[in-house]
Design a protein around this ligand. Sequence first.
Ligand SMILES: C[S@@+](CC[C@H](N)C(=O)[O-])C[C@H]1O[C@@H](n2cnc3c(N)ncnc32)[C@H](O)[C@@H]1O
Length: 242
Amino acid sequence: MLCSPHRCGTSGLLGYYLLDAASLLPVLALNARPDHRVLDLCAAPGGKTLALLLEGCRYLVANDASVSHTNRLRRVLQSYVPRELRTEERVRLTSWDGAEWPEEAAYDRVLVDAPCTADRHSLLQEENNIFHRIRRKERQRLPLLQTQLLLSGLRAAVPGGDVVYATCTLSALQNECVVEGALRRAAEEFGIGAEVQDLRCFQEIFKKTFNFQQDCRLGALVMPHLTANYGPLYLCKLRRLH
Ligand SMILES: C[S@@+](CC[C@H](N)C(=O)[O-])C[C@H]1O[C@@H](n2cnc3c(N)ncnc32)[C@H](O)[C@@H]1O
């Protein structure tokens, strides 16, 4: 049986949202200030969108290609965020293909929390599993889609702006290789320069809570561990230079 979180006081809002603690890391790494324009390119069901709003984000576009997922995201925001903090000026919900995102150099911060093989979920979930034979083509196309999404994110960021790419898989093909591919294509196809930011200080802060992979080539990877059972969660922070 699924239990609803308790409603809080007289506000009617739900009191808590269950989330893998590692899912907060991409939002914290993004380091959005309240005056930043923020794009959450793959936002549904909305755990990280909630965290962004909790951080004080005031100009947020939350997008998801799936209309049903966007509707779910809307319901999540209605259930957890006071009405005055989700006015149309503050939070705009869209349902576009993030790989074809039309705005260029428009956001100070971009979160690309890409669809992936979602390894923990796939281990536990029988129904509609991404590793099922009938979803093989979709699975094989993931790295290309992820690269296109990250490329869109880099194009949407202003020069000097930051983009965080995140997945919940251990697969290097969906993680580091996607970052390398997107950086190469950004330079070759759009003349966009970007560089990977060093996350060692960031990891240092959280090393007692999360089990980070040693020597992750680009970015950081939270490895599930018996004593710290979070993740997997990959994140890589990129700064657009020009
Ligand atoms: C890992 S989930 C995002 C989780 C979300 N950020 C959160 O914290 O709750 C990936 C999402 O990407 C969406 N998606 C898949 N393809 C997309 C595309 N081409 N453009 C935008 N969103 C896409 C999926 O519908 C899915 O909701």
